[in-house]
Design a protein around this ligand. Structure first.
Ligand code: MV4
Length: 490
């Protein structure tokens, strides 16, 4: 067992882990790169170790430096956060062989879910619905052609070592399939050192709905409903919400049970997320399983009144979970906006630099997970997310009103942020009506040349109708039952 945790990460998630550790009486070790000397996670950990230069390859991704830091500080466990080494099975294995608890699932579970074709086979065996397509990898174009003929076009070619939208190609006919087959496998070989592909029927305009689950070492499994992550751009999520406007209580139960069946199949340990695509007829299909705590976990914590970080640490400590599934219902509607230091007008280009001033919204039902402050210099080496703005309210409409208010209060000077685009999305009538799928942003954005004729893309967002845009309160004139109050909405 362990009583000291090294956090192999930075930014808001490192701080989130430190907070959970302190509440559980665990001591903490921060590691940091030379670019992160002034970072908040370093200040709030009990101990800290500089592990190398700014480049992630020589710091947050370097097994040897992180293991060495754990050994010199006598940390018994490593929490990887998300990104960096969070889903690296080799790293989890190295931790184990050094007698350090990796806070996450077992190495073979990470490896199984990391191979997308294997993951799909495992889920299929467990009885989880999967998209029709190849059983495992496709050996060559000829096999791909026959399969595509059988399931019908359009189809997708996906790299088994890809994921999160990487190494994926749409094919609308046989000619395109033939062209793409060679391109996709060559690309996959280069990008992932693995040329293997699998094939699936394409689900058109799907919703991205993911189920949060947890398993302990006694074989107990629970799910915490879904998160709708359909508002994304080039596979980068911008907004997540729970409950999903699409998901009925009955669908939630079926998807939750399917996710747990899949997790049980691999004796899954810890927190995990099972990603599904949901089509317009509410059919759901397994996509991927994420074997980490995710960026968007706070909306589930807020809606379900749980602490997933504490639970993740507890099951890693060998504790038993004491939930009853029937108690795990959404108590609130929660929405998250990812606030990134990016120039939206310049194709969302990351915009590192100094935060000259910052005002963080507050008030009831508002949570901001961040690790930035006035005067902080956002280094150019890592991702551009600077804060997560999370609200909760009893209804979706009141959560939208609260989010609009918080976005007005969210002031950052010194670097551009994604706040302006969030303001626009929260005025869009389709979004406000809960009518959106994964193509929402692409469909609602127009890009073109600016008046000056420069190459800079100017992006304008289709506005809500005048009536909806000027109506500050979508609650008005519309009666909506609070979350959980209507037995039908449970
Ligand atoms: C698909 C799909 C349509 N049909 N698979 C993208 C990320 C990866 N997790 C799976 N992805 C998709 N797989 C089939 N058979 C459409 C997507 C997809 C997508 C999925 C979730 C969220 C946003 C997306 C945006 C474009 C494509």
């Amino acid at each position: 067992m362990f009583n000291k945790v090294l956090i192999a990460n930075r930014g808001e998630i490192a701080l989130r882990v430190i907070r959970a550790c302190r509440e559980l009486g665990l001591s903490t070790v921060a590691v940091y790169s030379e670019a992160d000397r002034e970072a908040v996670h370093v200040r709030f950990a009990d101990e800290d170790v500089c592990i190398g230069p700014a480049s992630a390859a020589q710091s947050y991704l370097d097994f040897k430096r992180i293991i060495a830091a754990a050994e010199v500080t006598n940390a018994g466990a490593i929490h990887p956060g998300y990104g960096f080494l969070a889903e690296n099975a080799d790293f989890a294995e190295v931790c184990e062989s050094c007698g350090i608890t990796f806070i996450g699932p077992k190495p073979h579970q990470i490896r199984q879910m990391g191979d997308k074709a294997v993951a799909k086979e495992v889920m299929k065996k467990a009885g989880v619905p999967v998209v029709p397509g190849s059983d495992g990898i496709v050996s060559g174009f000829e096999e791909a052609r026959e399969l595509a003929e059988a399931v019908g076009y359009p189809v997708m070619l996906k790299a088994v070592a890809g994921g999160g939208g990487k190494g994926m190609r749409a094919c609308y006919d046989e000619a395109e399939l033939e062209r793409n087959f060679h391109i996709a496998s060559t690309e996959a070989a280069k990008a992932f050192s693995n040329p293997d592909l699998y094939l699936e029927k394409m689900i058109v305009n799907p919703h991205h709905v993911e189920i949060q689950l947890i398993g302990d070492s006694f074989g107990n499994y629970f799910h915490f409903g879904e998160r709708d992550c359909s508002i994304q751009r080039r596979h980068q999520k911008l907004i997540e919400e729970t409950p999903s406007p699409l998901v009925t209580p009955e669908l939630r139960q079926r998807m939750g049970e399917a996710a747990i069946k899949g997790a049980k199949m691999v004796d899954y340990l810890g927190v995990g997320t099972v990603e599904f695509l949901v089509d317009k007829d509410l059919n759901f299909y397994f996509m991927e399983m994420n074997t980490r705590i995710q960026v968007e976990h706070p909306i589930t914590e807020e809606a379900y009144e749980v602490d997933l970080l504490q639970d993740q640490l507890r099951v890693a400590l060998g504790e038993k979970l004491t939930y009853r599934q029937e108690d795990l219902t959404p108590k609130w509607h929660s929405i998250e906006c990812r606030i990134n230091a990016e120039d939206v007008e310049a194709d969302f280009r990351p915009a590192p630099g100094r935060i000259e001033a910052i005002h963080i919204p507050g008030g009831p039902g508002v949570r901001v997970d961040k690790a930035v402050y006035a005067g902080y210099f956002i280094p150019p080496y890592y991702d551009s997310m600077i804060a997560k703005l999370i609200v909760k309210a009893r209804t979706r409409n009141s959560a939208i009103i609260k989010m609009r208010r918080c976005l007005e209060e969210f002031i950052v000077e010194g670097v551009p942020t994604t706040v302006p685009i969030h303001k626009e999305i929260f005025q869009n009538e389709d979004f406000v009506a809960g009518k959106y799928h994964t193509a929402f942003l692409e469909e609602n954005f127009r890009s073109g040349k600016t008046e000056s004729g420069s190459k800079k893309k100017s992006i304008t967002f289709k506005r809500a109708t005048e009536a909806a845009a000027s109506d500050a309160s979508p609650d008005q004139g519309k009666v909506e039952e609070p979350v959980g109050a209507d037995p039908k909405s449970e």
